[in-house]
Design a protein around this ligand. Structure first.
Ligand SMILES: NC(=O)c1ccc[n+]([C@@H]2O[C@H](COP(=O)([O-])OP(=O)(O)OC[C@H]3O[C@@H](n4cnc5c(N)ncnc54)[C@H](O)[C@@H]3O)[C@@H](O)[C@H]2O)c1
Ligand SMILES: O=P(O)(O)OC[C@H](O)CO
Length: 238
């Protein structure tokens, strides 16, 4: 069962982490993604998760293995979309943190969550076609977006980047990771870089302004203050 949120760029394109595990270990690998902030799961607070499988029998088996009164599992026969949700939401989470750092309110954050979701759906259609849009309404999709955009480490990164501003100079992701996480790591910046490379290779950057802006802010190629302006001209509004 894979819970790692990420992807890997290879010469032949983008691979999901479960595919890397399957290829390296030569074993089947299902995935589990959802609104599952570790601290809250450890405290046995009620949460939901999504098991992504390629056949219903395996999904059901894993559901029986993992489900508990506080950990409610749904098995979905759309493994790639489930895993893609778990990776891409980290990039949106950074965007939500940038909004917080810039002192914008809940309406703006809601816009980031919605536009982020639309970019996730579009990215899946372009690069991993054949999935089911309904999967984005499982815990791995909208619910994990909400959790990450309010309580995740990636949100904290976005806010911290903005707040690290000293005379127009911002701290790097590496510096902030060392200061804030002390041994843990942010998943969003690496995923954002890989997503951006894929978009650039297909000349699609303009269609994904939120993913693009988050990536450029993480790489210090864009001032975080420009983030909101990038969203004003989003293709979803045209
Ligand atoms: N913490 C949570 O709330 C939570 C919830 C659900 C899923 N996840 C996912 O689980 C995974 C692990 O999360 P975590 O909270 O334990 O993170 P963490 O930052 O505590 O640990 C990640 C570890 O992976 C190592 N690492 C990073 N890149 C590596 C590489 N290329 N090769 C080898 N090691 C590498 C890091 O050094 C670090 O020790 C992540 O993909 C995360 O998104 C985390
Ligand atoms: O703390 P984050 O931002 O890495 O998010 C953790 C989990 O993915 C939330 O489900």
């Amino acid at each position: 069962m894979g819970i790692i949120r990420g992807m890997s760029l290879t010469d032949s394109g983008m691979k999901l982490i479960s595919e890397v595990i399957q290829d390296e270990l030569n074993i089947p690998c299902l995935v589990m993604m959802g609104a599952n902030l570790a601290q809250e799961v450890a405290e046995e607070q009620l949460c939901e998760t999504t098991i992504g499988c390629e056949n219903e029998e395996n999904g059901q088996l894993m559901k029986e293995l993992f489900a508990s009164p506080y950990f409610r599992c749904t098995a979905v026969n759309d493994k790639k979309t489930v895993e893609l949700c778990g990776a891409l939401k980290n990039v949106v989470g950074i965007g939500a943190g940038i909004v917080d750092g810039l002192n914008f309110g809940d309406n703006t954050k809601a816009a980031v969550i919605r536009l982020g979701l639309m970019e996730m759906i579009k990215f899946a259609e372009e690069f991993f076609p054949g999935g089911n849009t309904a999967t984005f309404f499982e815990s791995c999709g909208i619910a994990d977006l909400v959790a990450t955009c309010h309580g995740g480490r990636n949100r904290l990164l976005g806010e911290s980047v903005v707040k690290s501003n000293k005379d127009g100079k911002y701290k790097t992701v590496k510096e902030l990771e060392k200061e804030i996480l002390r041994g843990q790591s942010f998943q969003g910046p690496r995923i954002g870089r890989e997503v951006y490379k894929m978009l650039e290779s297909k000349d699609m950057v303009d269609r994904f302004p939120l993913f693009t802006a988050v990536h450029k802010i993480c790489e210090r190629q864009m001032d975080p203050k420009e983030f909101i302006q990038c969203l004003r001209n989003h293709p979803e509004h045209m």
